[in-house]
Design a protein around this ligand. Structure first.
Ligand code: ZN
Ligand code: ZN
Ligand code: ZN
Length: 139
């Protein structure tokens, strides 16, 4: 189990009860979380601004990254790479499951290394896979 307190400390982020809870939510999920689900989870306990500021700080500090969503909604997943200095360097792909509509980080399938051959400057490559996740295939 990853210690969320030391993760926050490593990023010099304030360890408020909310941030601890939010990071725990990301550590515990196998897939990824839509921001509106986060809002629903903490509704009534923390205000919207607090929630969005924490998400922003987590992304900026390399704790979470944006992932594609089946409905193009904002969705984030925990960074399992060492993104701690805030520069996200991912080579994994993302699976959008057409049954459960979740997005999973897939470490086993890496993104192709595309050289900036035609004069484009490529910052990152995202490979989006569409199909069925492991647990949906069992049902
Ligand atoms: Zn990252
Ligand atoms: Zn699924
Ligand atoms: Zn990912």
């Amino acid at each position: 189990m990853i210690d969320v307190h030391s993760m926050l400390k490593m990023c010099n982020l304030k360890r408020t009860p909310f941030r601890v809870n939010l990071l725990e939510l990301f550590v515990q999920t196998k897939s990824s979380i839509q921001t509106h689900t986060i809002r629903e989870t903490f509704e009534g306990r923390f205000n919207k601004a607090t929630i969005y500021r924490a998400i922003e700080a987590f992304e900026k500090n390399g704790l979470i990254h944006k992932v594609p969503d089946i409905n193009n909604l904002l969705r984030y997943a925990l960074c399992r790479e060492n993104c701690v200095n805030g520069s996200h360097k991912h080579t994994h792909s993302h699976l959008i499951c057409n049954s459960c509509r979740e997005t999973y980080c897939i470490d086993q399938i890496t993104t192709p290394n595309i050289p900036s051959a035609i004069g484009l400057k490529i910052d990152y490559v995202d490979l989006v896979l569409n199909g069925e996740c492991f647990s949906c295939q069992l049902n």
